[in-house]
Design a protein around this ligand. Sequence first.
Ligand code: ADP
Ligand code: ZN
Length: 596
Amino acid sequence: MIAVGAFFSLYTAGPQKPETVGIEILIAQIKDEKVKKIDVKGETLEIELSDGKKEIAHKEPGESLSTLLKNFDVSPEKTGKIELAIEDQTKNFWINTILSFLVPFLLLAFFVFLMIRQVQGANTRALSFGASRARKFDPKETKNKITFADVAGAAEAKQELAEVIEFLKQPKKFHDLGAKIPKGVLLMGAPGVGKTLLAKAVAGEAEVPFFHVSGSEFIEMFVGVGSARVRDLFTQAKKNAPCIIFVDELDAIGRQRGAGLGGSHDEREQTLNQILVEMDGFDPTDNVVVLAGTNRPDVLDPALLRPGRFDRRVIIDLPMILDREEILKVHARNKPLAQDVDFNRIASRTPGFSGADLANLLNEAAILVARKNGAIITMPDILSSIEKVILGPERKGRLMSDAEKKITAYHEGGHALVSHILPAAPPVQKISIISRGHAAGYTLNLPTEDRIFKNRSEFKAELAVLLGGYTAEKTIFGDVTTGASDDLKKATRIARKLVTQYGMSALGQRTFGEKEEMIFLGREITEQRDYSEKTAERIDEEMNAFIEEAARTAQDILNTHREKLESLVQLLLEKEMLEKEEFDALFAKEANESSE
Ligand code: ADP
Ligand code: ZN
């Protein structure tokens, strides 16, 4: 407004402003016949002289120009020569008054309007806060829908879910027989085994919409939001029936009620209650199936697992070797692979990998090749990606001194030798003294097949292999380095489990310490002691016994096979990295020589 004012004052103070003259001067000019034209605007007279000059004069209000001229004795002939224009001032007056009153009022109204609109916006946002954030996928709308063909392995899970698909396709067949349909199916398995993928595939097979929501999305700072979202989600789902709701990370809301300390758990409880209420309130004809994924079935509230809720449970295990091969093939579909890529060998190198890990592995290999500007992915690319996924990226820039390299070579040689000699230990796949991630070097030994159980002698062998590095350093250099600390930590953890969880020590067949879930200030308090001080001492003794025995085994092996260790170290220092074949060849050669 200041700017507008300034502009107008400048404009009106412009240079063309006509001169203001008195009435007497005007009369004199009229009498001299110098005036060409007079514009009467109310009390203002705008005068144009015959020479083009412009002037302004003011008359008394209420007095007309003709009376004025008569009063000054101007003769009518002279008046007749002047062009007279009289403007209707009343119209102008009204426009002026109304505008001067209306403009500020309109401005004010405009601001009020803006403010109201903002407040309303906040209101609608607050309302949508309680709306569910579920993402909807409709297989009928997307071209690349996911089906069981995209899920490799997991045969049992597929079988279990086939029933759900059939129901979603032909609900009538089941209703006619009076059959109650599963409302909830709980998919249990480690992260990345394909729970979400399976749920999507079920929706794709049944060609029904799929609502994806994560358990943690229900939880907000405000009590009541979670349950509002649950209500909204189920209302939406019923409108789209038949359909599938998939709740990922169910454990985020479905933890046992009352286990938490502190107030924030009220909100989780309410959310959980609302889910239970919604699931109970399902009409059998609603045709909505709730699938949920969790990797912590142990912490779920028992109320969730009752019949009529998540009464079906499908366990998805980490893939075994054949399944891993299948998964690799699924993810290799859109990648150019060299002839030498052997899926079976990759699968045997990746025990414990989940489907997501395998997908990531092939992706890493593709990135590696792209960065080398290659065109196809070869076997060595994939093998080095496995190590990258397990141990972190190679660090060629981290230079080791020759002395450190030697120590690392003996350390890794120690691991490898013990692993090779002990029959209960898995065979060596690879040794490297190139640092990767945090490790200065590493020895990769993997079992030839997937195992469900592990026995006591295998654990003992594992301990001996872990201590092989430490023992080698001590034997050769008479000193130890910090490089062994990670091995020692692992060994201690295994020894503790052997005693306290697996009942494999002299303390007998019982467990020590109860695992209990409690969350306090964001930290999980896990162990509860259920044994005496005296037993605690004995646990320590037993753990030490395991570790000492393992150290002795490692020491014996290193003493008996000292020359083999030396030749292994020579080869390692030379090549920095040994594959299984090279390692095995070394031992085969020496075995031949000694038998000759
Ligand atoms: P979860 O929900 O169990 O954590 P996801 O279903 O999100 O795991 O799986 C992550 C990714 O891993 C999937 O998108 C898929 O690419 C891959 N994956 C997992 N399991 C399989 C499988 N059995 N077959 C093919 N791909 C799989
Ligand atoms: Zn080590």
